[in-house]
Design a protein around this ligand. Structure first.
Ligand code: ADP
Length: 254
């Protein structure tokens, strides 16, 4: 039996727009193994967010089939957590109360959630900030809260749409290291959208390379760099080779 936790077959998406139908995804097929870290890279508008939204059950597909954990996936599901470029936090709730929100919505055991919230605040480096309000935090810290909240109900699959894309380069790098550390500890399945090729290579087991519209899967690049990874890996000639292989697939090497 396959250990694929996500299996997409011939997925297409056509949006109806004022100027006519727009093909955002064209016949995309792929499988993801449980515990894999996958990045989706491609130029702006190639359908990365659309594919992630379909995988997260937020958007319908026009054609094709999608199985998650062995069952047809057609709506949002509690075993999938989603995180976006900007974490929308409730400004009137403390950081702790924001992290607790998914558990409250899903009516999970209160005592367990209370303990988990403290563990997560610790995990994302926000120990001591639980009583603060979002307005008191930097952008990087707010994304840390978003990361803790994403993990609050312990989803099996994490879908992340450019979660650190709005942060400065230094903070982004720190957050990538934090994410890898958390991933090493939890081994969740991660689908990570980015247009930053270096970031995709640094983080992933495999990189799905998408072409400009209509979004197709141009190819899949296996990232055979050792783990655990530190930023030192960027000096490895293999890191540069992989970045250039993806650049070539995307047609950005001239
Ligand atoms: P990416 O995440 O790679 O930048 P998107 O998935 O956001 O790409 O968009 C893919 C294409 O679909 C783009 O041309 C975009 O304009 C279009 N698109 C995305 N969402 C909608 C929508 N709700 N209605 C119409 N067109 C859309």
């Amino acid at each position: 039996m396959s250990s694929e936790i996500i299996c997409g077959t011939n997925i297409s998406k056509v949006y109806a727009t004022a100027t006519g139908p727009l093909v955002a995804l064209d016949d995309v097929s792929f499988g993801v193994e449980e515990g894999e870290f996958i990045s989706l890279v491609g130029p702006s508008g190639c359908g990365k967010s659309t594919l992630l939204s379909i995988l997260g059950g937020l958007e319908d597909r026009s054609l094709g089939h999608l199985d998650i954990a062995g069952k047809p996936a057609d709506s949002p599901r509690p075993d999938v957590g989603m995180m976006f470029q900007t974490s929308v936090l409730f400004p009137w709730r403390t950081i702790r109360e924001n992290v607790r929100l998914p558990g409250q919505i899903l009516k999970l055991d209160k005592a367990r959630q209370k303990q988990r919230t403290e563990e997560l605040l610790d995990m994302v480096g926000l120990n001591g900030f639980g009583d603060r309000y979002p307005g008191e935090l930097s952008g990087g810290m707010r994304q840390r809260v978003g990361l803790a909240r994403l993990l609050a109900h312990d989803p099996r699959i994490l879908m992340m749409d450019e979660p650190f894309g709005a942060l400065d380069e230094f903070t982004r790098e720190t957050m990538n290291l934090e994410l890898l550390r958390i991933w090493e500890a939890t081994r969740k399945t991660v689908i990570f959208v980015t247009h930053n090729i270096g970031e995709a290579v640094f983080l992933s087991d495999r990189v799905f390379v998408m072409t400009p519209r209509p979004g197709r899967l141009e190819g899949i690049v296996e990232i055979d760099l050792p783990r655990p990874r530190t930023t030192g890996i960027m000096r490895d000639p293999r890191y540069s080779e992989l970045v250039f292989e993806i650049r070539r697939m995307l047609g950005v090497d001239h």
